[in-house]
Design a protein around this ligand. Structure first.
Ligand code: B12
Length: 603
């Protein structure tokens, strides 16, 4: 693979039109939408097994029908690297669940992230763990394999290949296409043309909006800004802003998903109520609370049962058309296989049957009050963001300008500038969250617990060491980075922010400029070895012998693998000189060693 040259590093942009749209050359949003609309003459929703089986024009129609019948729908996430294996799983999972009396209503396809690159350039870029569909027939091959609603959720909208992937998904009978949430946060490695990404996304939205058939534009809030806000009112506010862009400006129907980061029952239920109250169209799916999977399979069943019960009760209370996603309990260990998906779906089928009996035990008043708080905070956030952007000179009636400005500002800054919470210098982003997001508060608690375990002598030696650490994450996963930062701050160490989804060559440039004593990397995307070797090469080229600590998911998809299953590379990384960390605590002895070595050199 020969990837194009390194990208420029991302510095905070000034909140002015010049700063936010610098170097953009962005065409008007209306023009991009019109280009997509014109393509609707040639590209329309095709047939698929699901539409034929249920005699519906779209999944939205099916969803409304199921809501009327009070049928709780189920979503399964599929995607092995090999298209044939995915096709086999597509029919097997459906049939095996049906044999147990459980109907899987929809499948989300985990496309590989390299599907986001333009098709003709794809081979030159890195790839990940998902399935690659290179031709239109690959899409139809899947959607004809079983009568399950096809959901092309990831790596379609929000990427440079948005238009070509949307055309293929529509032709294969998909009437739910996403994932707009990814537009705001995901950066494909070695791809920095956010204007091309914006234009392609708007053209795809134009094509979707011009269909005679009802097509849902899907956005997973947790893939977007929701994972990063400390205030859930901002997460709901982001949904309202997306509604304004997608529905009011682009003329499409928007459908949201949430769930990964909603691990507490109360906020999960309240968020559902609030979202249902402000959504005009059926929701796509409620994602499993995957962050709560921290144990082995048996232990994770408790988490599965916990969030799923809330989701079923929430649907009985306020049916929103969302299908529920029982995530297989092995998810934190590896990408689940068909057996594990079937087991989780059957578990959910039984839970749906028994949930009704729990309804009388639940007093929804607290959740209703929190939902109200979320709704009012979200409205404030939406209005403040739009006013703030207008004041900065952004045309808020132009979808292209709005999208690009939001993406370039980022969640943290949006919350800091426009969040509904009162200013509070002790809060993560300078504002007291109205409804705190559990993810960040749990990470904070974890960091405090780690700090408490460190003895006073080590603390004072590290505090006095003057060491500086450059911290970065190799991909969109940033909680590991956040946790490490919190621990290092607690130890009074100097941290340098290397960013999220940063290319190795860019990180090496920053290391050359800042001269850190250690580079701390958090990685999750199945390319730990590839990334490390590229970083080492780039550091060597600059004559830098900086140690590199790595934590997160230390695995790698072997070149030429078609199973998509990454293999563990921790021991190989150690042999190549990386400092492998299995736990955030592991960084402490490393730093102590560095501090002692620095002492000896200077003393
Ligand atoms: C949250 C999450 C997400 C969020 C990330 C939000 C965000 N802004 O960070 C979202 C929803 C966006 C997401 C997206 C994706 N995800 Co994800 N995600 C997870 C999840 C649930 C948790 C990971 C996490 O943050 N853990 C919290 C940290 C703090 O805890 P920890 O991981 O145990 O880390 C400990 C140590 O390792 C250490 N540590 C971590 N980093 C470092 C660094 C240093 C220096 C040190 C010292 C220590 C250290 O600190 C922790 C405490 O000790 C995992 C599954 C799971 N339950 O683990 C999947 C997982 C990591 N994701 C996965 C995948 C495949 C994806 C997607 C490709 C899916 C898709 N189709 O879109 C995309 C990523 C695309 C891309 N371009 O990279 C896979 C990775 C597969 C693999 N490599 O084996 C996993 C394992 C799920 C799975 N089984 O399929 N994801």
């Amino acid at each position: 693979m020969t990837a194009p040259g390194p990208s420029a590093s991302c510095l905070p942009v000034p909140l002015t039109r010049g700063g936010l749209l610098a170097g953009a050359g962005l065409p008007p949003g209306g023009e991009c939408l019109a280009e997509g609309q014109a393509l609707a003459r040639d590209w329309t929703v095709g047939s698929c097994a699901f539409l034929r089986e249920y005699g519906v024009a779209s999944e939205a129609e099916y969803k409304r029908r199921q809501v009327q019948r009070r049928h709780t729908m189920l979503h399964a996430q599929l995607g092995l690297r090999d298209a044939q294996l995915t096709r086999a799983a597509w029919s097997q999972v459906y049939e095996r669940c049906a044999a147990r009396g459980v109907r899987v209503d929809r499948y989300g396809i985990c496309l590989d992230w390299s599907m986001g690159y333009p098709r003709d350039a794809r081979a030159r870029y890195p790839h990940g763990t998902g399935v690659l569909l290179n031709a239109e027939e690959d899409f139809t091959g899947l959607t004809d394999a079983a009568p399950v609603a096809p959901h092309f959720g990831d790596f379609v909208l929000g990427f440079p290949a948005a238009l070509e992937n949307t055309r293929a998904a529509l032709a294969a009978g998909a009437t739910s296409i996403g994932n707009l949430g990814q537009y705001f946060t995901f950066r494909l490695r070695y791809w920095d043309d956010d204007v091309a990404t914006t234009v392609a996304t708007l053209r795809a939205l134009g094509l979707i909006g011009a269909q005679d058939t009802e097509v849902l534009v899907h956005s997973n809030l947790d893939d977007g800004f929701a994972a990063q806000f400390s205030d859930l009112a901002c997460a709901l506010g982001a949904a309202l802003i997306e509604q304004y862009i997608v529905q009011d400006l682009a003329g499409c129907r928007l459908s949201h998903c949430y769930g990964h980061h909603f691990s507490e029952p109360l906020t999960r239920w309240a968020f559902h109520k609030a979202l249902a109250a402000c959504s005009a169209h059926p929701g796509t799916m409620v994602y499993g609370a995957t962050l709560s999977y921290t144990g082995n399979a048996s232990e994770n069943f408790a988490s599965l049962g916990g969030y799923l019960l809330i989701d079923v009760l929430a649907q009985l209370d306020a049916p929103s058309g969302h299908a529920l996603n029982p995530v297989p309990v092995t998810e934190n260990e590896r990408i689940p296989d068909a057996d594990e998906i079937v087991a989780a779906q059957c578990y959910a089928g039984r839970l749906i049957e028994v949930a009704e009996d729990y309804r009388a035990l639940i007093d929804g008043k607290t959740a209703t009050a929190m939902a109200q708080q979320l709704l009012s905070g979200a409205q404030v956030f939406r209005q403040r963001v739009l006013n703030g952007l207008a004041e900065a000179g952004i045309r808020t009636d132009d979808a292209a300008e709005l999208l690009l400005a939001l993406r370039r500002i980022g969640a943290r800054r949006l919350e800091a500038e426009f969040g509904p919470g009162d200013p509070d210098p002790r809060a993560p982003y300078g504002r007291r969250p109205q409804v705190p997001a559990g993810t960040l508060s749990r990470l904070q608690t974890r960091a405090e617990a780690v700090l408490q375990e460190i003895d006073a002598e080590t603390r004072s030696a590290l505090g006095a060491s003057g060491l500086s650490i450059l911290i970065a994450s190799t991909d969109v996963h940033e909680h590991g980075k956040w946790l490490v930062e919190r621990v290092l701050h607690g130890l009074q160490l100097r941290t340098l922010d290397g960013g999220v989804s940063v290319d190795p060559e860019v990180l090496a440039v920053q290391a050359a400029e800042d001269g850190p004593d250690l580079i701390a990397l958090s990685t999750y995307n199945g390319m730990a070895m590839d990334y490390y070797l590229r970083l080492r090469e780039a550091l060597d080229a600059r004559g830098l012998d900086i140690p590199v600590a790595m934590g997160g998911r230390l695995n790698q998809i072997p070149e030429g693998s078609n199973t998509s299953l990454p293999v563990e590379v921790g021991a190989a990384l150690t042999r190549r000189g990386a400092l492998v960390c299995r736990d955030v605590r592991d960084v402490v002895p490393l730093l102590s060693r560095l501090a002692r070595a620095a002492d000896q050199t200077h003393g």
